[in-house]
Design a protein around this ligand. Structure first.
Ligand code: ZN
Length: 446
């Protein structure tokens, strides 16, 4: 039996889609399993043209959008494909956090393979399943306690918390027979849990790892404006201090820290935060799992309101919030007392909300990468139509290039493998060896 190896089946020269295989003798695990949002996907599929639910693996293999591996997919997912069902060849799938690009393909995994996640990640995945059409599949779920090693034969995985734009995120110390491989997951050190990232980096350095697999979302050129979470707070504070109109905000639907920040800013300005039914469900279902985050809770926090969009039928999970929910006429009457969270997919509500021209719209999400971004053009059309002013306040979920460089120096691995980045070349010179991984190649560890 040879030395342990690491192999990359996704997340190579792309942001997202991480799929990392660690093998040590007879033992094999997969870390993260999410879809690639690669140009190849956009070439063949889109909102109106999706892989068929009856042959999910077959339809993605056709365009190289999934790895061709045995003993990972469920028999059901393999339907119609030329990959034959077989006994599991993986002893576990480890999920670093509950974002789509890391967990979105779990529904294809053989239910006989245990799936490991932190308590926070598990609770978010459950809440997402309960309130959307996303399905992660039936699994032998194993909840990991931070700091407690999980033994998979010769491999030992130590989950540790890191700061990211979704709570419950983990980095892993993966101990093999030839040394430790550190996996960062997605992380930052400018959010509310920066201390966790610092502690993770220190623990990683103390292992004297043979390899570091790090995300590099913001490595290379990154012209976009970025704030810390505190910076978002003070930006929103100063904006709310200068307006007596309805304030609107759009942020990522799973960013619980951002909802906590926006709620605190609203309260400081004498306003209440208004959220969608889906956000209300998420806050309600997960707040107890994250006691250190000041998450406003529907029905308990009187400075939080739930907005009810007119619909002919409501889902069972929406119904508990309906009775106390507010509607467009109510929001118009109380405009200057509110900060209303409105996702772009719900912009039709603006037709009923009729904010006074000059009302501020806060984009609390990433700025678009390119000037011909279609969503961005649509956003501007709507803002122009209603005369809303655009304000940008966002804290990225990812460490900056200079921070990544400092972290790689601190961890001082034998080899650094950049993943989840379009610029692996930016890492050259940061560690003894930089290996820009090739898709499917096995790299010996140690
Ligand atoms: Zn990611």
């Amino acid at each position: 039996m040879g030395r342990p190896t690491v192999r990359f089946l996704g997340g190579v020269r792309e942001i997202g889609g991480n799929k990392v295989v660690i093998e040590d003798g007879p033992d094999r695990i997969l870390i993260d399993f999410g879809p690639s949002f690669s140009p190849v996907w956009e070439q063949y599929w889109g909102q109106y043209l999706q892989p068929r639910p009856s042959s999910p693996v077959k339809d993605r293999l056709e365009f190289g959008l999934l790895p061709r591996v045995d003993g990972l997919y469920s028999e059901e997912a393999l339907a119609g494909s030329d990959l034959r069902p077989s006994d599991p060849e993986f002893q576990g799938v480890f999920v670093s956090h509950a974002h789509m690009d890391h967990a979105g393909h779990l529904n294809l995994v053989d239910p006989r393979i245990p799936v490991y996640a932190s308590e926070g990640t598990r609770s978010l995945l459950e809440a997402i399943e309960a309130s959307t059409f996303t399905r992660y599949g039936e699994h032998d779920w194993r909840t990991m306690a931070y700091g407690t090693p999980v033994k998979i034969g010769r491999i030992e995985v130590v989950p540790l918390p890191v700061d990211h734009s979704i709570p419950g995120a983990s980095g892993f110390l993966i101990r093999t027979s030839e040394g430790t491989v550190v996996y960062t997951g997605d992380f930052r050190q400018h959010g509310p849990r920066a201390a966790e990232t610092r502690a993770f980096v220190a623990a990683a350095a103390a292992e004297h790892p043979v390899a570091l697999i790090t995300e590099g979302t913001r490595a290379g050129p990154d012209p976009r404006r970025q704030f810390s979470e505190e910076g978002v707070r003070s930006g929103v504070d100063s904006l709310l201090g200068t307006t007596d109109r309805l304030a609107l905000v759009s942020c990522y639907p799973r960013d619980l820290d951002r909802f906590a920040t926006l709620h605190a800013a609203a309260v400081a300005a004498g306003r209440s935060l208004v959220v969608s039914l889906r956000t209300a469900y998420l806050l309600s279902a997960t707040h107890a799992t994250f006691p250190t985050i000041p998450i406003p809770v529907p029905g308990e926090t009187d400075t939080l309101h739930v907005y009810r969009r007119p619909k002919s039928r409501y889902f069972p999970w929406e119904r508990p919030f309906l009775e106390a929910a507010v509607d467009a006429p109510w929001v118009r009457t109380h405009a200057k007392e509110l900060l209303l969270s409105l996702e772009m997919s719900h912009f039709a509500e603006l037709i009923d909300l009729r904010p006074v021209p000059g009302s501020p719209f806060i984009r609390s999400m990433s700025e678009p990468f390119s000037e011909d971004d279609l969503n961005d053009q649509m956003l501007h059309s709507w803002l122009d139509h209603f005369g809303l002013s655009l304000h940008q306040y966002h804290a990225s979920g990812h460490a900056s290039g200079p921070e990544l460089e400092q972290i790689v120096h601190e961890v001082a691995p034998g080899t650094v493998f950049p993943v989840h980045t379009e610029h692996p070349e930016a890492f050259v010179g940061w560690a003894k060896r930089t290996e820009s991984p090739e898709l499917g190649t096995s790299y010996p560890i140690g």
